[in-house]
Design a protein around this ligand. Structure first.
Ligand code: C2O
Ligand code: CU
Ligand code: CU
Length: 401
């Protein structure tokens, strides 16, 4: 593949970097035929979708050997939130390498959100953020591999055309295996309309957004500045561990005004948020993430991943609060499959946003409230720095009636 004028070996879905954008609506049945032309086993994970984690659904335990094909098939439930989800391989031990070689694509669920008039009038862009690491040294693997070249939907510093008086809707995905992005658009605040798990109650303004591996954020940008060009910058962020290079801000993309919108569009006032999860009266569970043996083992509750074990059992239909504790020296973005959650603040109040990845900074803890609805079966939770997941920071969850 050729990337920013540099030829190199990459992995790709249908020959494209990133892979094709898959789109579906609630109620649709989805079939994805995966043919493995790699020389190693791979599989597909549908990150963030609320679909069965078993059979030919979002089953992270399947391995598709080289030369073989497998058809994933599942139905998006009628109540599924509209939002920005994604797909990527999930073979334990190879996830970081396969994803950072290019295997990632968006999975968009269109629904209520897309029918809000202001949002329907906005110009929509996908920004899949990827970096392109070389084969890492042991130290780089412990930290989580990062590449110097960063692309936005396969391009280095693409132009984002904006219209004066219009709205731009960006669907941003961090598809990097380890790199964090701290995003700022010169002179343009971000108006967040959705997080990982779909819409939030109303647009919320921020100057900067921190997007960890696996996270998505949907934002509106108002075209209300003077003609010209404005840079989308990635600012430095120290996520702990060795080898932090406090690089100056790099440009990921450039907003450029090109003409006027036919009609001026303002921000929407209300968004179709999901129903909040009820408080749980079950005892809180604790999951401790740590790095042992000079970084050679990455554990949750003292154990490295073993797919034959069940680490956490929950009851189908229940709501639980989990306290995620980071005892390590690096930040770890914690991710849960199949069900989204709400983050509970120190005051006990749950954030309205739904997420499936929450950053737990080094030395800190976060409480999440998750409901385990609709689908019995076994799945996983893990750190979404994929080298950490490959090195063992993943546990299994069994949901049973
Ligand atoms: Cu995007 Cu289990 O991961
Ligand atoms: Cu996932
Ligand atoms: Cu981690």
């Amino acid at each position: 593949m050729d990337l920013d004028g540099r030829a190199g070996w990459r992995y790709a879905y249908n020959g494209r970097l990133p892979g094709p954008v898959l789109e579906a609506r609630p109620g649709d049945t989805v079939r994805v035929a995966l043919t493995n032309r790699l020389a190693e086993a791979t599989n597909l994970h549908f990150h963030g979708l609320h679909i069965p984690p078993t059979g030919s659904g979002d089953n992270p335990f399947l391995h598709i050997p080289p030369g073989e094909s497998f058809t994933y098939e599942f139905t998006i439930p009628e109540q599924h939130p509209s939002g920005t989800f994604w797909y990527h391989p999930h073979v334990h031990g190879s996830a970081a390498r396969q994803v950072s070689l290019g295997l990632a694509g968006l999975f968009v669920v269109r629904g209520e959100m897309d029918e809000i008039p202001e949002i329907a009038a906005a110009s929509e862009r996908f920004l899949v953020l990827q970096d392109w690491p070389e084969e890492p040294s042991p130290m780089e693997r412990i930290r989580g591999r990062e590449g110097a070249l960063v692309t936005a939907s396969g391009l280095r510093d693409p132009i984002l055309p904006a219209a004066q008086g219009g709205l731009m809707r960006l669907r941003i995905l961090n598809a990097s295996s380890s790199r964090f992005y701290r995003l700022r658009m010169e002179d343009h605040p971000w108006y967040v309309i959705a997080t990982d798990g779909g819409p939030i109650p109303e647009p919320a303004g921020y100057d900067e957004l921190l997007v960890t591996p696996g996270q998505r954020v949907e934002v509106l940008v108002k075209g209300d500045r003077a003609e010209g060009r404005y840079r989308l910058l990635n600012l430095p962020y120290d996520r702990g561990g060795p080898l932090f290079r406090g690089l100056a801000g790099e440009t990921l993309a450039t907003l450029e005004y090109q003409g006027r919108a036919e009609t001026t569009v303002g921000l929407p006032t209300r968004l179709p948020e999901a129903t909040p999860l009820p408080k749980s009266d079950l005892p809180r569970r604790t999951l401790v993430m740590s790095e042992g043996m000079m970084g050679m083992s990455f554990t949750i509750n003292g154990r490295t991943f073993d797919d034959r074990r069940v680490d956490t059992r929950v009851r189908l239909g229940s709501v639980e609060e989990w306290e995620i504790v980071n005892r390590g020296g690096m930040d770890h973005p914690f991710h849960l499959h199949t069900n989204s959650f709400q983050v509970v603040g120190a005051d006990g109040v749950a954030e309205r946003a739904r997420r499936d990845v929450v950053l737990v900074p080094r030395g800190e803890r976060r409480v999440i409230r998750a409901g385990f609805f609709d689908y019995p079966g076994k799945t996983v939770y893990h750190c979404h720095i994929l080298d950490h997941e490959d090195l063992g920071m993943m546990g299994t969850l069994e949901v049973a009636a």
